[in-house]
Design a protein around this ligand. Structure first.
Ligand code: ADQ
Length: 463
């Protein structure tokens, strides 16, 4: 049986109970059910000469990991620089926030090279290699240079933008060419896969063949959508423990409002958090009868605080929640509760279940697992309503949510009002349809269909 080798930028601290990264949650599930190895950065930054300390092999919660540190300079150029100041904003259609510096690109190349050198030494014949996300796009090219002949698949967790945006990246042709050293490229949605194919055809003199195959640079690769999912049973169970019941009762007791609108996101400018608060404010302006009856609870733990755009968004949100509370709040009612830290998954599940509305309004999002977790946590007899941005990858599938345009404050306020006043029959109908979709496209389906496609990929794709 072939082993599964997963490579991602960061190997999560598997001993930690609280995690706030979608990738960590999905991969933990994926690796525990088979033999395998998870390779990546250990999260430490070291001085230039210490980096040669090399790979650390460990076993955690039944998962074998192989990790290496980054030097401070690599961290700045590869991680903060090219990955998070160039690729992340560009792939999320935010060219206004993108910073392209040559040193970033050089650092990105060097780290991918160093990752490949370390990983190549661990690969055995017939291993299946699965590379994750935008930090490691050229990893396959570097592994091939190290002589690795095994099948290598890539999954992009974030959107693949339209060619107009992708071509803004200096050396976009190099990046695209390196994607042809994979056997299979997985995207979150059919739109992302189509954007990639369009780039290849329009800008790389490539050709779209049958069966999702694309040919360019003298090579062929499969480009297909594999929508990521969650484990709906474990999410449901976590939302229905005696602790969750107690948590819900406490929440209701302590709050004057009897309805909650819940937002749960990493604090990121792609998640549309200021727009969400403005929509809630508009809801209160248009429907004063809802005052003291509804609270917006926004949970947003900080991430990437060394990138300026992230401190800006934090300040903007603190200002917005403060001004809404100042204008509308009373001694017995706080309209917006803004919690700026990660919270345990069990508590989160209880909050999902206790909220009448799950408000998920990113400006762009690869998939958005919170939308699926919200649906999976509901009581089938008395379910809450999902209000979902049309720019979340999840909207391609979760059509029975109330789909809104996150740039349109009035439409979002209207969507919120519909959700808060929806009769139970309609709530059940929408939930019944949504839960089928969440169950069908779950995390196990995602893993298995991707790995089956990787195994079945014709080996001439590497030629
Ligand atoms: P993220 O941008 O991190 O992931 P998302 O899909 O919403 O976004 O996953 C976040 C995960 O972290 C969820 O499981 C959520 O429950 C958890 N989480 C969020 N806030 C938390 C908090 N305060 N406390 C505890 N847990 C918290 C990237 C892409 C997404 C894509 C995923 C998976 O940007 O579009 O869906 O990868 O592919």
């Amino acid at each position: 049986m072939s082993r599964l080798i997963v490579a991602s930028n960061r190997v999560a601290d598997l001993d930690k109970a609280v995690q706030s990264g979608g990738l960590a949650v999905a991969l933990e599930d994926a690796l525990q059910s088979g033999r395998g190895l998870w390779f990546g950065w250990d999260g430490a930054t070291v001085e230039e000469d210490e980096a040669s300390l090399g790979i650390k092999l460990q076993q955690n919660n039944g998962i074998r990991t192989a990790t290496i540190p980054l030097t401070r300079r690599e961290y700045e150029e590869y991680y903060l620089g090219f990955s998070n100041r160039a690729l992340w904003p560009t792939f999320h259609y935010r060219l206004d926030l993108a910073v392209y510096e040559h040193s970033f690109l050089e650092g990105y190349r060097r780290v991918n090279q160093r990752f490949a050198q370390s990983l190549a030494a661990l690969i055995e014949p017939d291993d299946l290699i699965w590379v994750h996300d935008y930090h490691l796009i050229p990893l396959a090219e570097e592994l091939r240079l190290q002589g690795v002949k095994e099948k290598i698949g890539f999954f992009l967790h974030i959107p693949f933008p339209s060619p107009d945006f992708f071509t803004a990246i200096p050396e976009h042709a190099w990046l695209a060419k390196s994607m042809f050293d994979y056997d299979i490229l997985g995207f979150q949605t059919s739109t992302d896969a189509a954007n990639f194919v369009r780039y290849v055809v329009e800008h790389a003199d490539g050709e779209a063949l049958s069966d999702d195959r694309v040919r360019a640079f003298g090579k062929t690769v499969i480009a297909r959508a594999f929508p990521i999912g969650i484990d709906p049973d474990s999410v449901y169970e976590m939302a229905h423990t005696p602790e969750a019941d107690a948590h819900m009762a406490r929440l209701q007791r302590r709050s004057m409002a009897n309805m909650f609108v819940l937002g749960v996101d990493r604090l990121d400018y792609t998640k549309g958090l200021p727009g969400r608060m403005r929509a809630f404010k508009r809801l209160l302006e248009l429907h004063p009868e809802l005052m003291k009856r509804v609270t917006l609870m926004q949970i947003a733990p900080p991430t990437r605080e060394e990138v300026e755009a992230y401190t800006d968004i934090r300040q903007e949100l603190e200002g917005l929640s403060g001004s809404i509370n100042g204008e509308f709040g009373d001694f017995d009612w706080t309209p917006v509760r803004y919690i700026h830290r990660a919270i345990p998954r069990a508590t989160l599940s209880a909050l999902f279940r206790a909220s009448q509305v799950g408000l998920v309004t990113p400006l762009r999002d690869g998939m958005n697992l919170v939308a699926k977790e919200y649906v999976a946590s509901q009581d089938p007899e008395n379910p809450g309503v999902l209000v979902l941005s049309k720019f979340a990858g999840a909207a391609e599938d979760l059509q029975e949510a109330i789909i809104v345009n996150p740039y349109d404050t009035d439409e979002m306020a209207d969507g919120l009002h519909r959700a808060l006043t929806m009769p139970v029959e309609e709530r059940r109908e929408r939930y019944d349809a949504l839960i089928v979709r969440v169950r069908t496209n779950n995390v196990a389906t995602w893993r298995e269909t991707f790995l089956a496609a990787l195994k079945a990929a014709p080996s001439e794709t590497t030629s």
